[in-house]
Design a protein around this ligand. Structure first.
Ligand code: DX5
Ligand code: ZN
Length: 227
């Protein structure tokens, strides 16, 4: 049975970069469902983070799902390296190149679940022919590149429309950017099931004092559970 229950995926973009292993173990112990890994190339987005070697290094510390969000262009030359690094879900942007269909095929051929990410300015009109080749659609609720940005409200309607479009297909809707206990319930009601949150999960805590991570995760979950 396809799991459409709400899952919280902390983004390690907001973790201590000198301490990824411990940070990941801490948020998982505090209730994280997936771990979201933001890969940026300084070209597709105006920021640089890390690549396959870092993903491989942190993989043994992840016991849930390694959800790798590629904000890179081109994508195809790097798919095998991220698959070898242990990505469970590998998400590419529709805007990253002209051949997203080929990219999604290659991701599945490499043994990963295929994710398709859409920038806030991108509509869902052109994705009909991709719906049967994706496992997840990531609706960006900020312009990709940085943590801690403000939620873009126009994306609520987009998620609602996307949810109707997906119908019974086993496709997750992930939302990414500006997710807090205030914005999460809007998106869960619209049909999102994977909630990525960076600053709202990691704020106030550390590996020495991880309890705030748990409080932050529970606050997001409670905001969604409350009718
Ligand atoms: C933005 C990244 C997000 C980001 C979310 O480009 O894709 O995953 O880390 O961070 P917050 O939750 O702080 O907006
Ligand atoms: Zn992301």
């Amino acid at each position: 049975m396809f799991d459409r229950s709400v899952k919280i995926a902390p983004s390690i973009l907001s973790a201590d970069f000198a301490n990824f292993g411990q940070e990941i173990r801490a948020v998982e112990a505090q209730g994280a469902d997936w771990i979201h890994v933001d890969v940026m190339d300084g070209h597709f987005v105006p920021n640089l983070t890390f690549g396959p070697p870092l993903c491989k290094a942190i993989r043994p510390h992840i016991s849930t799902v390694m959800d790798v969000h590629l904000m890179i262009a081109p994508v195809d030359p790097y798919i095998d390296a991220f698959a070898d690094a242990g990505a469970d879900v590998l998400t590419a942007h529709l805007e990253a190149g002209p051949h997203i269909h080929r990219t999604l095929q290659a991701i599945r051929a490499a043994g990963c679940k295929a994710g398709l990410a859409l920038n806030p300015g991108t509509g869902i009109e052109d994705i009909d022919y991709l719906l049967d080749m994706v496992d997840l659609i990531c609706v960006m609720t900020v312009n990709p590149g940085f943590g801690g940005q403000k939620f873009i409200h126009s994306q609520v309607e987009k998620v609602r429309n996307l949810r109707a479009m997906i119908g019974d297909r086993p496709v997750h809707i992930e939302i990414d950017g500006g997710i807090t206990p205030e914005t999460a319930p809007l998106m869960a009601a619209a049909g999102a099931d994977v909630l990525v949150a960076g600053s709202a999960v990691f704020k106030g805590g550390s590996v020495e004092d991880p309890a705030p991570y748990g409080e932050n995760i529970r606050a997001i979950r409670a905001s969604v559970d409350t009718p």
